[in-house]
Design a protein around this ligand. Structure first.
Ligand code: CP3
Length: 353
């Protein structure tokens, strides 16, 4: 495999020195790009796009053709795992993800097993290897998965929710059942991320989108404990090169120290956290990724530049920063504003390195 021409992301994740602060954006390939909407139409729908490695590779590369991003992220979805477990994922137009067969009965939960990525998730691994080949060492490719808890949320509820009441009811009434689901999900995530690493992913990220809705005690028991097992089970190297790991818990700013203690290389932060304070709390131990409010990209170039500068200033002169948004980019983002952000981060950050 060719050596990386731009390895700033990997270096920053490992808290090594870089000439500037690398930047990539969660959901950087997506609906705000007209070329994405075109490719999705060719695929038929979102899931058809995810399951077609040629088109998923095309979409993975689209934001890199437009912008000087420092990483690509494989185009897929976190819900591929429960789909491969047989729950029947579908996306109703404008309604987000749904499952035909959510986990409702105890026997359904006892019947769950971790899918073999090489067979049931072959299409994701094919996208990873095709995207890696197409990138030709220009920037690193990030692989990802959902956290066991966030996957369980969708598997139990059958769709998104404002309060995940069914999940919380199970957590308090039948913690044994929830622990069973989480144990299976943990094996699934470890196998899936390691398979992505073997297929060519150069860093991996775990999205714990709903961990932040848990109480302090429940977060540690039902989300973080499993995250720690995953980090321990991941390949740390592939072909002699370190593969850094990133853990993102939305709403998890208060738990930075415990997330850092899982042994991950970097922690993703949402926009509610002051990144300067976060660095003081956990920064010596992990790199920090984030954390601009995605809504900033709906504003003017001057505001975007000022807001980018503010985060760089708060983080200060130190290694280990990866600029990103605090959550996925909004579909209403004007594409030209993304160039403004990337240029601002690249230009302004040189002064801090
Ligand atoms: O970052 C990237 O560019 C990689 C692609 C990516 C997608 N989903 C593509 C996508 C990633 C990393 C995800 C992760 C994901 N998926 C998460 C965790 C991160 C987060 O956002 O909290 C979650 C919870 C999901 C489940 C999911 N998939 C939801 C809730 C939705 C609907 C959300 C929405 O904005 O409508 C999806 C669909 C989805 N996943 C889209 C994309 C580009 C939009 C689908 C479309 O094209 O219509």
């Amino acid at each position: 495999m060719t050596k990386l021409k731009n390895d700033t992301l990997i270096r920053a994740l490992l808290r090594e020195s870089t000439p500037y602060t690398p930047i990539w954006l969660m959901r950087q390939a997506g609906r705000y790009l007209p070329e994405y909407r075109q490719t999705r139409a060719r695929a038929g729908d979102f899931l058809g796009l995810c399951k077609n490695p040629d088109l998923a590779t095309e979409v993975t590369l689209q934001p890199l053709a437009r912008y000087a991003l420092d990483a690509a992220i494989v185009f897929s979805d976190i819900l591929t795992i429960p789909d491969a477990m047989g729950l029947g994922l579908y996306f109703a137009e404008g309604e987000g993800p749904k499952f035909e067969r959510p986990l409702r009965e105890e026997w359904e939960i006892r019947d769950l097993s971790a899918p073999d990525p090489a067979t049931h998730l072959r299409y994701v691994l094919d996208t990873v290897s095709q995207a890696r080949r197409a990138l030709d060492g220009s920037v690193p490719l990030i692989g990802f998965s959902g956290s066991p808890f966030t996957l369980a949320c969708y598997m139990i509820e059958g769709q998104g929710s404002s309060d995940f009441a069914l999940v919380k009811k199970m957590l308090y009434q039948r913690p044994d059942l929830l622990h069973h689901i989480l144990t299976v999900n943990t094996s699934a995530v470890i196998a899936y991320l390691n398979a992505q690493i073997e297929a060519g992913a150069q860093a991996v990220m775990m999205f714990d989108t709903w961990g932040g809705m848990l109480s302090h005690a429940a977060f540690h028991e039902f989300s973080l404990a499993y995250t720690a097992r995953i980090i321990a089970g991941l390949k740390r190297e592939h072909a002699g090169v370190r593969v850094p790991s990133i853990v993102f818990t939305k709403g998890g700013g208060g738990w930075l120290e415990s997330i850092a203690a899982t042994g991950c290389d970097a922690v993703g932060l949402d926009w509610t956290v002051d990144i300067g304070a976060a660095r003081a709390r956990g920064g010596a131990r992990v790199a920090l990724q984030g954390n601009k409010d995605p809504a900033v990209l709906l504003s003017s170039p001057e505001t975007i530049q000022r807001e980018a500068g503010a985060i760089l200033e708060r983080y200060g002169r130190s290694n280990g920063q990866i600029f990103n948004l605090g959550h996925g980019i909004s579909q209403h983002t004007p594409p030209e504003n993304v160039s403004v952000l990337i240029e601002a981060v690249h230009g302004l950050s040189v002064g801090y390195h």
